[in-house]
Design a protein around this ligand. Structure first.
Ligand SMILES: N[C@@H](CCC(=O)N[C@@H](CS)C(=O)NCC(=O)O)C(=O)O
Length: 203
């Protein structure tokens, strides 16, 4: 059976693992189930997406899925072979999956998308509490991509974790300004936005 990536395609983490599959040239199907749907609750203890099936092998957690796709299939490796370079790649991928995702996606983007009052107007309270942290993490990211890619001078799995988050973050004013105020991050974002793996996974 073909690789099946399960989860709504507008999830940044679903996009990450799809980007990994696209970069590897692996054929896959994307089933667009929502978090906490009956299907997902059977496959992930917290009802989160993405989850993956490959024949009778099942996985949850985007890092595990990304590593599986990278190592179980042919195609360009997305984690270098050298132990130090590999650890560095996973360091930045994990940083994106945890700290960057928490701040930019959970505490900023989702607030813009869903925290509305009864009349449908944006409630900014939580956004205003994190704007300084947003600027700071964008500065960290700006420095981290100064070699051309995320923590590296070669494309890697870390870029697959970062790009979907930056893509969402720059849709809103503070994120856009933070992206554009750095020296390296905007050129990085523009360059990687041209990759087929990024375009084919856009929603
Ligand atoms: N650590 C998980 C996080 C996955 C995650 O947060 N997915 C979001 C969609 S982007 C989700 O399912 N949210 C619903 C929830 O957390 O209840 C991973 O890396 O796969």
């Amino acid at each position: 059976m073909a690789l099946e990536i399960i989860g709504t395609p507008n999830s940044n983490f679903v996009r990450t693992v799809r980007m990994v599959a696209e970069e590897k040239g692996v054929f896959y199907e994307n089933s667009p189930d929502m978090p906490h749907s009956d299907v997902i609750k059977l496959l992930h203890p917290m009802g989160q997406v993405p989850v993956m099936k490959h024949d009778d092998f099942q996985l949850f957690e985007s890092m595990a899925i990304a590593r599986y796709i990278d190592t179980a299939f042919d195609g360009p490796p997305l984690v270098p072979a050298n132990p130090e370079a590999a650890a560095r790649t996973i360091q930045w991928a994990s940083f994106a999956q945890t700290s960057v995702d928490q701040l930019i996606m959970r505490q900023y983007v989702l607030e813009y998308l869903f925290n509305k009052d009864e009349s449908g107007n944006l409630v900014r309270d939580n956004i205003d509490k994190v704007v300084n942290k947003i600027s700071k993490i964008f500065r960290t990211l700006d420095e981290a991509v100064s070699g051309g890619y995320f923590g590296s001078n070669e494309f890697s799995m870390a870029d697959c974790f970062l790009m979907p988050i930056i893509s969402y973050g720059q849709m809103f004013p503070e994120g856009k300004e933070a992206l554009e105020s750095g020296k390296h991050l905007k050129p990085y974002f523009d360059k990687l936005s041209e990759r087929p793996s990024f375009n084919k996974t856009a929603t």
